[in-house]
Design a protein around this ligand. Structure first.
Ligand code: AMP
Length: 540
């Protein structure tokens, strides 16, 4: 049987797209090379890893940004039959220690700017035998209690001749941990087959249409579900790839788009909100040659989608979870016969979470697990299964039992599905606000608040209330230059025109920063705890 594995993706790129470019921003400057060069270095890395005793099924961890070296690890490790565990750099040191020990990682690859963090956690890592610094030069005494290697030295000493193994498609290739908003993060394993099929699906003309002609800028961090696995799809079709390196700020993104000819990019709404602000401060009216943005991870506000349309950029809204190989579970693009809708209606459609990808199946169920109709009104939990949806949590039968129902993953998202099959998230099961026994969609409240020109980010949370049990409170981060110029009443008045009366939050709190989870989502758990007494004594 022909195996759907990462070896095929890599070899195809060498055979057919050997001259195409990969551009990488590192802390040592820009690196520009071809797929052929990458192939050569991946072979060297495989030999180096074998020299360090890594074999089939072993786990290799990375703590790194989006660079060519991290890309090489994404191929070398799974192609030799080992498993790449990308450690989330936004985790707390405790979460890093927990996830590395749980995965049983044997080698830790780290970017130079992560050295101070590694110094803090290394002693507590039970299975890590050695550390590789992803750099070309030695570093002063690191004070590590394990052998330390330098990436480029390892590659230089290794042969570029290697025999690629044809790994069984159901073997694990990568692993990641969930964002851990409740308790410790849960581990998820991704197979060669799942990554292959997911990559193929994102290249379909009716999904993200990734093609050889594209220049793809990977903004989603590789430490977060391997940049949504987009580097594999890009390699599969031989597209030029641009890796923006450590902490890419809007000015870096702008330069890369212009200089490298980027046509498509991806990321969470916050990144693209910041970028839009940057464009506004520069007075830019277009961002050519950028044509498509795949935005997901949380709901992009309608105002954001519209602003990009005005810049000539199409927005593909993506929905997914760590458990569904991230943002290729559902997507929105209006069907051909829906394209004539008014702008407002089209905006409403694109703001929905959309249709499942081919290879993915969904249903919406009530609390007893009974399927609900697709009428755009009946609200229930979304269940999902498919060719790249995991079926268990790594080494955690308890969590597996809780989250799976007859082979379907319980997403924890409350949704409606309309007659055309478009999914719309109303809320997370645990984030929904229940006021006087009625549901208020925090997602909808946030979306409307973020349409206010002064609002950069808004979060609606449920706060205990003596009369209504819970009432919404809106936490707002204003755009630069608006502090002191916009009142709470301005924002509440704006919402009164757009929301049912009782959905309008009772109050607004302005903050300098909104706390985020390891995967960059608003951390409502922290906010709920901080404001739990806010309405104490009100309303009676
Ligand atoms: P994570 O596993 O950390 O990526 O979180 C997955 C959850 O993020 C989903 O179950 C949704 O609640 C939320 N999410 C992801 N994409 C979107 C989206 N496009 N719109 C709204 N919520 C989203």
């Amino acid at each position: 049987m022909f195996m759907l594995n990462i070896r095929h993706i890599l070899e195809r790129a060498r055979l057919y797209f050997g001259r195409k470019e990969i551009v990488s921003r590192t802390d040592e400057g820009y690196v520009r090379y071809t797929y052929r060069d990458m192939f050569d270095r991946v072979c060297r890395l495989i030999n180096a890893l074998e020299g360090l005793g890594i074999g089939y099924g072993d786990r290799v961890a990375s703590m790194a940004w989006n660079t060519h070296r991290h890309l090489e690890l994404h191929f070398a490790v799974p192609v030799m039959g080992a498993v790449l565990h990308t450690v989330n750099l936004r985790y707390s040191p405790e979460e890093m220690i927990y996830t590395i020990n749980k995965a049983g990682d044997r080698i830790l690859f780290v970017d130079p700017d992560m050295i101070p963090t590694v110094r803090k956690i290394l002693e507590k890592l039970e299975t890590v035998e050695s550390v590789v610094i992803m750099s070309s030069k030695g570093h002063e005494d690191l004070g590590f209690n394990k052998p330390v290697y330098i990436y480029e030295e390892l590659l230089e000493k290794s042969s570029s001749e290697c025999r690629l193994r044809d790994i069984d498609e159901n073997s694990p290739a990568a692993m990641c941990f969930t964002s851990g908003t409740t308790g410790f993060p849960k581990g998820v394993t991704y197979t060669h087959r799942g990554i292959f099929l997911r990559s193929l699906a994102t290249c379909l003309a009716d999904t993200y249409a990734l093609s050889e002609r594209d220049v793809i800028l990977h903004i989603v961090p590789m430490f977060h579900i391997s940049s949504w696995f987009m580097p594999y799809a890009a390699t599969l079709v031989g597209a030029k790839q641009v890796l923006p390196g450590p902490r890419p700020k809007p000015e870096i993104i702008y330069d890369l788009i212009k200089k490298e000819g980027v046509t498509v990019s991806d990321g969470a709404p916050t990144v693209w909100i910041d970028f839009l602000n940057y464009l506004r401060t520069r007075g830019e009216k277009n961002i050519e040659p950028l044509r498509r943005l795949i935005i997901g991870g949380s709901a992009p506000p309608k105002a954001l989608i519209k602003s990009y349309w005005e810049l000539g950029v199409e927005v593909y809204h993506a929905w997914g979870m760590t458990e569904t190989y991230d943002s290729a579970a559902a997507f929105t693009r209006p069907k051909s016969y829906l394209e004539d809708l008014s702008e407002e209606a089209r905006l409403g459609l694109v703001a929905k979470q959309g249709l499942p990808f081919p290879g993915i199946e969904v249903m919406v169920v009530d609390e007893s697990g009974k399927p609900l109709p697709w009428d755009g009104r009946s609200i229930g939990e979304l269940l999902i299964r498919g060719a790249w949806v995991v079926e268990e949590y790594y080494g955690d039968p308890e969590a597996t039992k809780k989250s799976f129902l007859n082979g379907w993953l319980r997403t924890g998202d409350l949704v409606t599905i309309d007659g055309e099959g478009y999914i719309e998230i109303v809320d997370r099961v645990k984030d929904v606000i229940k006021s006087g026994g009625e549901w208020i969609s925090s997602v909808r409240v946030e979306n409307e608040a973020m349409a206010h020109p002064a609002v950069l980010e808004a979060v609606a949370i449920a706060v205990p209330h003596p009369r209504w049990i819970e009432r919404p409170l809106l936490i707002v981060k204003l755009r630069e230059g608006y502090a002191g110029k916009v009142s709470k009443e301005d924002i509440l008045g704006f919402l009164r025109e757009r929301l049912p009366k009782w959905w309008v939050p009772d109050d607004v709190v302005f903050v300098d920063e909104i706390p985020k989870t390891g995967t960059g989502k608003f951390d409502k758990k922290v906010l709920r705890e901080r404001f739990k007494d806010y309405y104490r004594g009100s309303g009676l």
